[in-house]
Write a protein that binds this ligand. Sequence first.
Ligand SMILES: Cc1ncc(COP(=O)(O)O)c(C=O)c1O
Length: 474
Amino acid sequence: MSNTPLFDKIDEYARRRRVSFAMPGHKGGKGLDRTIQHNPFRLDVTELSDTEDLYAPSHALSSSRQAAAEFFGAQDTFFLVNGSTAGIYAMLAASCSPGDTVLVNRACHASVINACVMLGLSPVFIKQDIIDSFAIPAAINQKNVADMLDKYPNTKAVLVTSPSYYGLASDLSVLAKITHTRGIPLLVDEAHGAHFAVDESIFPKTAMSQGADLSVQSAHKTLNALNQASYLHYNSDIIDKDRVRDALRMLQTSSPSYLIASSADLARGELVSSGKRMWNALFERCENLREKVAARTKVKFMSMLMNSQYNIEKVDETRIVMNFSAYKTTGFEVSDMLREDYGIDVEMADLLNIVCIATPANTQSDFAKLERGVTAICDSLAPAETEPAFPPPPIPDMAMTPQKAFYSKGSYVRLDEAVGCVSRSTVIAYPPAVPIICAGELVTGECAGYISALMEVGAKLIGLNENGFISIVE
Ligand SMILES: Cc1ncc(COP(=O)(O)O)c(C=O)c1O
């Protein structure tokens, strides 16, 4: 074989058969439908006369979209083959024009800011409270949204993330009322909630059922679907559906993978036929794990928070967030130990927490290994000397639009030298890919200090160059 380092690396990773509490939801194929497992490649076709046009569906695709819309409570559902990222771009492209103002929660995914750069939009950010004990953003405060809409009456759309990466869902029905009384659409990044519709008695209510105009869900994050398989749900009197379709046609690949789209269809079919049973069983497994770990360690769990606190509508109990603030460690270190010493991949880590994405494809043995790994790690850790306080910095002022900053001439400087300058970069801690500084914002001392501290503890930062320098507008 010729030199194929990427293939070799991924192949070697796959052979290790690690326990996965990360994406994709099918966990190394374990959860995938047999038809796909057996020979996926025969389904790897794109648009042909026999396979239909993704945006002008006739028989089979129309029926699949209809079935998905019915299950997810939408008027129509589009299949996405380039992830929720493409859906977020399309939601904004369909509801705004260049120069428009959009109201966005600050702890949004990077794709929201990138969409603002591409589409020439002015984002105005909804400040989010911080849950001190976890040092993470709380759910969306509806009063903040109403106040911001009063302050920015020309806002053309409101886009919020719910649930968050940490599984906190906001009360979207109140938000829908607030935006709709002003004739503004509510767009929801529900990337982490594709499983919610399966049982609203145990999961948060979906964005569709609460009146959102558009929502995106990443099937690949929590369902048995291939990477990038996602849904865009439509249910709007404000947004033109044809504009959503046209935006998707522009933003997604012109060679859509029917392997990916079929996996989104199969994942929906599975939710309909056996989803309730599968997800209820997983719910119990997660509860069981929390009880066992809580009894043997000082780990705190997100689900211990009261739902009514921090504007939380409901916590997704299958999103396992473990908080290690009682120990002298960081979430990054715990994640490294789980990987190196126990062969377990978690979805993400931050200073205090690790986040595990559990899905029905995780076996009882996966859970037992996670429980053993976490309890053994805790046994080896010293107690924390002081409660760490690491709240994200305040939102900096925006000096120019993200698009103007992106297209400005710039240069890379040290973080401390950048204070007071306009950033050309959007600096993101990854995951959860939430912006610390957005392109067009003034770099503050607090942001620079926060980024430096994150670098010191081994966080992965996007938007800086290889020397850790930031790009500023000259
Ligand atoms: C909150 C949120 N929104 C959107 C995305 C993008 O989703 P996708 O990977 O399906 O493009 C992510 C990805 O992690 C995310 O966490």
